[in-house]
Design a protein around this ligand. Structure first.
Ligand code: TYM
Length: 352
């Protein structure tokens, strides 16, 4: 059994989150909206972090790219500070219980309820609803299974179960809570309803070229997105060319200055400086100096991550061994949960 699960006494707060391996690099929105919290929460929680490759095949994909991106994703998480000794880092398809629980949960999900998921509506609208796969439709149910498999065990204190994500995942978390409560109601107390853990200031990082739209690996243009693994030259250029308004004042104003406001949020989150202090620092100096300094802060954050990622990818066997170890740990917890679920829904045990 794992060091993490061995030392995590019943009642220890739990955390689970996942990220799709659908790009050759994570981006600034992923980092500030979610991944930074993943690293921080492992200090206080029994943490499970998952590269969700089953989710990545809900849209058309290239198998070789998926294989490469799954390893690149895991390497980036390690490079950002996810510590495989303290957290359980694994690949979703290595733990088959995810798909099994998703099936059970899909049988208690209403068709209308699933149809109301806005991410499905957005994504399927792009491809034409009839071209979208059934997997894309049931995607949020698989996500609910990812989470509920790692439901904390009952302890003395009220169990704490956090899911650190960006704002765009709020509706999926609501569905997860509803499914947990519905299952408990029909089959007896089994799951703890998880709480979304959404950072107040960086829940939605926007596109550098379209500052009212979310920075997104599927929707943003390359100029609108800052990749964690990007080379310093292009990274600096993109920040210098980020869309701002025609004024010159560095001021937080969501309505009239969406571009500057987004950059202020990024600056503040990365440097740990409150936004009003940044406004004072750049009063009268125009956008140029502000962007130049922001580019340096972004580079200082991501350059070491890029270097460590490259190093980790240079030793695939070591990386795969970390993931195998994580899958063993995750698998032990998932197996225990599924055993209870099978029994509660009335499946006859195999008797072994
Ligand atoms: P994914 O892979 O699209 O994104 C990973 C995380 O990054 C956050 N995020 C953002 N946060 C702030 N600003 C942005 N512009 C931005 N873009 C992305 C996302 O909110 C997410 O937290 N469905 C999930 C993956 C998933 C999952 C799970 C998450 C599958 N199973 C279980 C939590 C728990 C997704 O598509 O994330």
């Amino acid at each position: 059994m794992s060091q993490a699960t061995e030392t995590a006494a019943a009642g220890t707060p739990r955390v689970l989150s996942g990220i799709q391996p659908t790009a050759d690099s994570f981006h600034l929105g992923n980092y500030l909206g979610a991944l930074r919290q993943w690293v921080a929460l492992q200090d206080t929680h029994d943490a499970f972090y998952c590269v969700v490759d089953l989710h990545a095949i809900t849209v058309e994909h290239d198998p070789a790219a998926l294989r490469r991106r799954t390893r690149v994703s895991a390497a980036q998480l390690l490079a950002m500070g996810v510590d495989p000794e303290r957290s359980t880092l694994f690949v979703q398809s290595h733990v088959p219980e995810h798909a099994e629980l998703a099936w059970v949960l899909s049988c208690i999900t209403g068709f209308g309820e699933a149809s109301r998921m806005t991410q499905f509506k957005d994504k399927s609208a792009k491809q034409g609803a009839s071209a979208a796969s059934v997997g894309l439709f049931t995607y949020p149910i698989l996500q609910a299974a990812d989470i509920l498999l790692y439901t904390p065990e009952p302890g003395e204190n009220a169990p704490v179960f956090h899911v650190p994500v960006g704002e765009d995942q709020r509706q999926h978390l609501e569905l997860t809570r509803d499914l947990a409560q519905r299952f408990n109601h029909r089959f007896g107390d089994t799951f703890v309803a998880p709480d979304a853990f959404i950072p107040a200031a960086a829940a939605k990082i926007t596109d550098l070229q379209e500052p009212t739209a979310k920075m997104s690996k599927s929707a943003s243009s390359p100029q609108g997105i800052i990749d964690v693994l990007e080379e310093p030259g292009p990274m600096r250029k993109k920040i210098m060319r980020a869309v701002t308004d025609t004024g010159t004042e560095v001021r937080y104003d969501e309505q009239n200055k969406a571009g500057v406001t987004n950059l202020l949020r990024v600056f503040s989150a990365l440097e740990g400086t409150p936004i009003p202090d940044l406004e004072t620092r750049y009063a009268g100096s125009g956008y140029g100096q502000f962007k130049k300094d922001l580019a340096q802060v972004v580079l200082d954050t991501f350059t070491p991550v890029r270097e460590r990622t490259e190093k980790l990818l240079g030793d695939e066997r070591h990386l795969d061994a970390i993931l195998r170890h994580g899958a063993e740990r995750a698998g032990a917890v998932a197996a225990r949960t599924m055993e209870i679920v099978r029994d509660r829904v009335g499946f006859v045990g195999r008797g072994d």
